[in-house]
Design a protein around this ligand. Structure first.
Ligand code: PRP
Ligand code: URA
Ligand code: MG
Length: 209
């Protein structure tokens, strides 16, 4: 499976706090942002570097810098917005592309309602962000949209993934790496991840069904 589960103690600790039954909206939002920052660190581990010479304090010094790789962060509305600031802390110059998808609660199919991509997708790494990868329908639909618009280099950062969703994404798009804090057990009959986090969008935005 093309999934990297980040076992770092800080990632696992923050995920544990997110799983608590009575976590407040404020705390869920803060932890989501912190976790996104740590997961983005892992997801960007293979950005290409180039060697350059700069003027240092004691004269010329050879340094390594990120090779001007263009990047777009792609939050899936709504819940992906909760991860956006954490990721932008690490890649502050990244352009943002937005995809709006709502999962139909009966069919569990993603229903698209918005898309706005930045230019030059063919030259950019796209970092899709969404806290939850459940059936995988929303992530596959987003990757389909990005590829239709020319994007060739795509990674997805999620907090919690279900095996069913990872399989759907791997089968449809084996080139896309998923970076996650946890690969959970399974989906329940309503399509929720077990043990999961519950409804991440509702918890981030403070809404109820
Ligand atoms: O893998 P899937 O089965 O497609 O489910 C995962 C999707 O469901 C949730 O969003 P939802 O559609 O509930 O919308 P929201 O972010 O507005 O709450 C979640 O944030 C993912 O986008
Ligand atoms: O467990 C799940 C599944 C889909 N969306 C969520 O927010 N949580
Ligand atoms: Mg969604």
């Amino acid at each position: 499976m093309q999934i990297t589960v980040v076992k770092h103690p800080l990632v696992q600790h923050k995920l544990a706090l997110l799983r608590a039954e009575n976590v407040s909206t404020n705390k869920f939002r803060l932890l989501t942002e912190e976790l996104a920052r740590l997961l983005a660190y892992e997801a960007t581990r293979d950005l290409p570097l180039e060697t350059t010479m700069i003027a240092g304090w004691c004269g010329p010094v050879e340094v390594q810098q990120v090779k001007g790789k263009k990047l777009t962060v792609v939050p899936i509305l709504r819940a992906g917005i909760g991860m956006l600031n954490g990721v932008l802390d690490l890649v502050p110059s990244a352009k943002i592309s937005v995809v709006g998808l709502a999962r139909n609660e009966e069919t569990l199919q993603p229903e698209p309602y918005f898309e706005k991509f930045v230019g030059n997708l063919e030259d950019r790494l796209a970092l899709i962000i969404d806290p939850m990868l459940a059936t995988g329908g929303s992530l596959v639909a987003t990757i389909d949209m990005l590829k239709r618009n020319g994007c060739k280099d795509i990674k997805a950062i999620v907090m919690v993934a279900a095996p069913e969703g990872v399989k759907l994404v791997n089968d449809a798009h084996p080139d896309v790496e998923i970076v996650a804090a946890s690969l959970d057990s399974h989906l329940n009959e309503l399509g929720y991840i077990i043990p999961g986090l519950g409804d991440a969008g509702d918890k981030i935005f403070g809404t109820t069904k």
